[in-house]
Design a protein around this ligand. Structure first.
Ligand code: FPP
Ligand code: MG
Length: 288
């Protein structure tokens, strides 16, 4: 089941980010490969479980595992993937990597758990969403970046800045993911978050821009609705607001890279540096 499922690869965003950052610190592939691999496989395991939690039938335009298997089998497939990552890190004696990864797993589960509780919260705030997003999306990307810096024997200060970098990339990604929830071309169901009872960042912006939509939107929360109370123009304005927030986060991301490069004494006029910036610019463009 897993071999078949993992063939329909995603964007491999985490392994690319890991490799590009590792190159900046002059690491060889054999030194960081386990970080890329563990991050990507845990990401996939978490999505398999997430699709069960969200009762999602489509991901990346393809049926999810739980769409053609009972939930029990999909959950076990995710468990197996998770166990294989642990077994692999133990077999290559990367105990520190495993310890920090286990802490991240706790955070991801907490993030999903808090998100689930928000389905019944009367009024969801931006702080609620920032907390959930940092745990369920940011923590793993931050772990990839932090682990690379530690593996490259960088200082605690630099490793922490790399962690922050991953957190910000994760948040930008979450904002983008919330935007495409309101797109008809995302490969996922339209307004799935709201149908599943979740107020996301874009929904918050919509309500903030058009307070008259607050009541109708909360009324639809958790319903499999077909009537849409917002106009195309209104949702576009909310999506554009979220895009401006992504712009600001990317400005902070480039500032952080500057700080990291400065502190680590990395030459800016190198292939690795230019490659890293190009990669970030491409990721930024993809979130538009
Ligand atoms: C997608 O969120 C889900 C995540 C980023 C993390 C899910 C985490 C868990 C299920 C807990 C950890 C479990 C394991 C096995 C490591 P989303 O629903 O907002 O995004 P989507 O629209 O892509 O589904
Ligand atoms: Mg989901």
């Amino acid at each position: 089941i897993l071999n078949n499922h993992l063939k329909t690869q995603g964007k491999l965003f985490r392994p690319y980010l890991t490799a590009k950052l590792a190159a900046l610190f002059n690491l060889k592939e054999e030194e960081y490969h386990h970080i890329s691999q563990a991050g990507e496989l845990i990401h996939n395991a978490s999505l398999i479980h997430d699709d069960v939690v969200d009762q999602a039938s489509l991901r990346r335009n393809r049926p999810t595992l739980n769409a053609h298997l009972p939930n029990s089998k999909a959950v076990l497939a995710g468990d197996y993937l998770l166990a294989s990552v642990i077994a692999n890190l133990v077999s290559i004696k990367k105990f520190d990597t495993l310890k920090t990864l286990a802490e991240v797993l706790e955070e991801m589960v907490e993030g999903e758990f808090i998100q689930d509780s928000l389905r019944n919260k009367e009024s969801v705030t931006k702080e609620d969403l920032l907390k959930v997003s940092s745990k369920k999306t940011g923590a793993l990307i931050a772990w990839n970046c932090h682990s690379v810096a530690k593996t490259a024997n960088q200082s605690e200060e630099i490793a922490n800045l790399c962690h922050e970098l991953g957190m910000k990339i994760g948040l930008a990604f979450q904002l983008y993911d919330d935007n495409i929830d309101y797109s008809f071309e995302s490969g996922k169901e339209y307004a799935k978050d709201l149908k599943e009872g979740l107020i996301n960042f874009t929904t918050l912006n919509l309500i903030k821009l058009y307070p008259e939509l607050l009541y109708p939107v909360y009324q639809l929360r958790g319903q499999n609705f077909s009537f849409i109370p917002w106009t195309q123009n209104q949702i576009q304005k909310a999506v554009d607001t979220t895009k401006s927030e992504i712009d600001l986060i990317y400005q902070e991301i480039y500032q952080l890279v500057d700080e990291i490069v400065e502190l680590a004494g990395i030459e800016k006029n190198t292939l690795a540096y230019n490659d890293f910036i190009t990669f970030l610019k491409l990721s930024e463009q993809r979130t538009k």
